[in-house]
Design a binder for this molecule. Structure first.
Ligand code: ADP
Ligand code: DP6
Length: 318
């Protein structure tokens, strides 16, 4: 690897049909296929250079390189050996707060390492590698909508772009907290697997994926939102009903926003919630209605940080 300073930029993605469980931990094979929207607002930029040992600098601060070292060793086995790397990364997204930093992070890292090795892999092949770093990263190579096929082995578990009609979808992100979550997604989904309702959720998720793809083809944002909300609340119900260490990512503010969303719907506003491994709420709506939703949130909760995101691009290199 030479000492060039190429950078890869990958955007985060928000799952509308969630990945919430591993069938194979070593290979990071999921129990469900999942579907996401890539966001314009939040992204990670990463570069690498040769070093004495694998190391990691995140947002200009030395950071724990354990997870990255483990991932780079996996890449060395898959792609052929390469020298230790210093990974320099900037997150334009809060880290570990349930806003999908691991998705943009491992997509950008995979992309830049493969480019620096002079290899030319398709985004589908890159997604298969990034999946091993963090499952949700498999979907961050693609702009707009992506589907991660759960597959049955390493080869068949990868993401690809979903052909979609143009639609004016927007996501209002209520940033309840930027604090690092206490229960990582990896740990949370292991607990969720112990819920007696898990098998029912698997069946429901497979049907919701089919319905979601149809809603996207028809550019039916109301349906996209309503399926996504149902899927996300189902995921969080698994956490509450886990037989081993039940838990929730919701806070009082999360609950308050969920109830405001119900009020908005009663007023005829298109607004549906999706929530990941953290208290932040992403509200699916139309570009036209986004500012109304921001105003309602700001009036009810003046200190709440709110962002409006739209569909974002796939990975890029410069
Ligand atoms: P999030 O909700 O932000 O996705 P996760 O717990 O799933 O949180 O992932 C956060 C983990 O991802 C961090 O602990 C770190 O190991 C890794 N990570 C975050 N940002 C980066 C980055 N820019 N480069 C490499 N790894 C990162
Ligand atoms: C709730 O991809 O962070 O955001 O594979 O263990 O790194 P690991 O998990 P991660 O989990 C994401 C969970 C989710 C739903 C989703 O993005 O599909």
């Amino acid at each position: 690897m030479d000492s060039t300073t190429m950078k890869a930029t990958a955007h985060t993605n928000i799952a509308l049909i969630k990945y919430w469980g591993k069938k194979n931990i070593e290979l990071n094979l999921p129990t469900t296929s999942s579907l996401s929207l890539t966001l314009d607002k939040y992204y990670t930029t990463t570069s690498v250079s040769s070093a004495e040992i694998d190391s990691f600098v995140l947002n200009n601060q030395p950071a724990d390189a354990t997870r990255i070292h483990h991932f780079l060793n996996m890449l060395r086995k898959q792609l052929g050996d390469f020298s230790p790397l210093k990974v320099i990364s900037e997150n334009h997204v809060p880290t570990s707060a349930g806003l999908a930093s691991s998705a943009s992070a491992f997509a950008a890292l995979t992309g830049v390492v493969v480019h620096e090795l002079g290899m030319n892999l398709s985004n589908e092949e890159l997604s298969r590698l990034a999946r091993r770093g963090s499952g949700s990263a498999s979907r961050s190579f693609f702009g707009n909508f992506a589907v991660w096929h759960k597959g049955i082995d390493d080869e068949s578990s990868f993401a690809e772009s979903l052909n979609a009609s143009d639609m004016p979808i927007a996501l209002v992100v209520a940033e309840v907290s930027h604090a690092e979550k206490k229960i990582s997604s990896t740990e949370g989904m292991q607990r969720a697997l112990t819920s007696p309702n898990y098998d029912d959720w698997l069946v429901k998720s497979a049907n919701q994926l089919i319905d979601m793809q149809s809603a996207i083809q028809h550019a039916d944002i109301d349906k996209v939102g309503s399926i996504a909300e149902d899927n996300a609340l189902g995921m969080h119900a698994l956490n509450l009903t886990a037989s081993r260490q039940p838990f929730t990512y919701f806070t009082d503010q999360t609950q308050m926003i969920l109830s405001l969303i119900q009020d908005m719907r009663h007023q005829g506003i298109l607004a549906y919630a999706t929530i990941d491994a953290g208290p932040n709420v992403k509200i699916i709506t139309t570009k036209d209605e986004a500012s109304t939703i921001v105003n309602i949130l700001k009036n009810a909760m003046p200190t709440l940080a709110v962002e409006v995101a739209q569909s974002g691009p796939g990975i890029s290199y410069d």
